[in-house]
Design a binder for this molecule. Structure first.
Ligand code: FPP
Length: 243
């Protein structure tokens, strides 16, 4: 697909998406929340394909937060089946598209089946050079930061790292996202304007784009609209405005 309004020179390197509004979309249509999640997977497939077509460097999506376990058991079970199905059905196509998948978060708390599917998918695509596709699952940014701090503290205690050696680079290398570029653009669907414990460190200088559209209705066209808008922003990274 061709997007003439999009300046390829001004694309973000890394886009992160909070895919919100599945439940509300389903409720509004008199459907079960699970139908919203199923529709959400279809949207995700289209947006990943668009990222592939545009040759984005990195796309990260928030699929399940450390707080999402508090949802009714039936919904959590449904989401787990959806992740498992998604990995099984989509991994070969992602691989064919040169996508490199990686999971962020405490994946060791998922079922043995999902853990092995995650390992298989990551292993299959480990040498791919196209879009870096990170899925935050059982993820919370504060939890990620605490885990990173523990890793660094262990290195200091074991004498592998001096206290003075702790800096931003060392910290970044201890995060789950150690091999991704900083986040340039965060998109949140579903109308809420909050960060919800997503990539707090990595989005320090990110631009934000919010839309009322619920995730199941988010389209590649609206995704491109966000990218076009990003291209018009002046990013100063804390410096003064240029005259
Ligand atoms: C937020 O909508 C969405 C989630 C908690 C789950 C996101 C999952 C998907 C988009 C599909 C599965 C993903 C993968 C990687 C296979 P919500 O349920 O909080 O909606 P609401 O705010 O309207 O209730």
């Amino acid at each position: 697909m061709n997007y003439p309004e999009l300046d390829r020179e001004r694309l973000p390197r890394h886009v992160a998406i909070i895919m919100d509004g599945n439940g509300r979309w389903a409720n509004a249509l008199g459907l079960l929340r699970s139908a919203g999640h199923t529709a959400g997977v279809k949207t995700l497939k289209k947006i990943l394909q668009t990222a592939v077509n545009l040759e984005l460097e990195a796309l990260t999506v928030y699929a399940f937060s450390t707080e999402n376990w508090k949802r009714p058991l039936a919904e959590v079970d449904f989401l787990m089946h959806l992740f498992s199905d998604y990995l099984e059905k989509e991994k070969l196509e992602m691989h064919a598209n040169n996508v490199r998948i990686k999971f962020l978060g405490r994946t060791e708390e998922f079922s043995p089946l999902i853990q092995s599917q995650i390992r298989d998918a990551e292993h299959l695509m480990r040498n791919n050079t196209g879009v870096r596709f990170d899925i935050a699952a059982n993820y919370g940014a504060q939890d990620e930061i605490v885990r990173a701090a523990r890793r660094i503290a262990a290195d200091v205690l074991d004498g592998r790292l001096a206290l003075d050696g702790i800096n931003e680079k060392v910290f970044e290398a201890a995060l789950d996202t150690c091999d991704s570029p900083p986040v340039d653009l965060v998109i949140r669907t579903g109308g809420d304007m909050r960060v919800s414990n997503f990539l707090l460190w990595q989005s320090a200088y990110a631009e934000f784009w919010f839309t009322q559209t619920n995730w199941p209705e988010f389209t590649p066209e609206e995704f491109v609209e966000a990218l076009v808008d990003f291209g018009k922003r002046e990013r100063r990274f804390g410096a003064i405005k240029s005259s």
